[in-house]
Design a protein around this ligand. Structure first.
Ligand code: NDP
Ligand code: ZN
Length: 185
């Protein structure tokens, strides 16, 4: 994947694939925003804030919720995007057969052994979700639950190996602003 045009095509295919897979899904905010805006924003943060240019990492960011939230198999990802993308997406996918509380505990525990590419996606995902919890939270969440989410996201990111200073600083910034806003409500 050395030529720019090949990279562009690869990323466009990832956007097309994710958009089809998430087509009937909405985020949990009051307006039920289209789901696809979330993975696109994660990938954009990696590129714009983190300076990430690796097409496979950017594609994995776009695809990061397909295994967890849609009818997509790891083999399907590998057939379309290759083994490396499959592995990165698998690394950031929770085991949905486990209870929610256990999944959240495991995210904290597994953070320390993530690959650098998976850490980048964790950072982008938590930046997007902390912004959402701050500005467009799930419709039925109490203030307490929103605060707890910020605390949990901070713990997950603290346990990740240091990988990208710009994304880490940005995460800390949105976390600080989120806490300030929630305290003022
Ligand atoms: P969820 O994991 O159910 O929801 C958060 C996830 O939803 C995010 O990580 C994000 O994941 C996705 N999401 C979709 N839309 C939005 C949005 N607008 N804003 C933010 N996130 C969005 O919730 P919790 O993190 O609270 O985890 C559930 C846990 O909370 C359980 O352990 C349960 O026992 C506990 N709980 C706590 C309560 C409380 O009041 N504290 C009440 C009830 C349960 P993604 O990026 O993958 O899409
Ligand atoms: Zn996500």
């Amino acid at each position: 994947m050395k030529q720019t045009s090949d990279s562009n095509l690869f990323i466009l295919r990832a956007i097309d694939f994710a958009a089809r897979k998430h087509r009937d899904q909405r985020r949990k905010d009051e307006e039920s925003s289209p789901y696809i805006n979330h993975p696109i924003s994660v990938s954009l943060s990696l590129a714009e804030i983190g300076g990430v240019r690796d097409p496979e990492t950017l594609a994995a960011a776009i695809l990061h919720d397909t295994l967890e939230d849609t009818v997509t198999t790891p083999d399907e990802l590998e057939a379309t995007f290759g083994r490396r993308v499959r592995r990165i997406v698998e690394e950031v996918t929770d085991d949905k057969s486990l209870p929610k509380a256990e999944r959240k505990r495991l995210q904290i525990e597994h953070a320390r052994s993530l690959s650098p590419e998976a850490v980048l996606i964790k950072l982008g995902d938590k930046i997007a979700n902390v912004l959402d919890v701050t500005h467009s939270p799930p419709a039925d969440w109490s203030l307490e639950r929103r605060k707890e989410y910020l605390d949990w996201a901070e713990t997950v990111i603290k346990n990740c190996p240091q990988t990208n200073t710009a994304l880490e600083s940005h995460f800390n910034q949105v976390l600080k602003e989120g806490r300030r806003k929630l305290l003022s409500l």
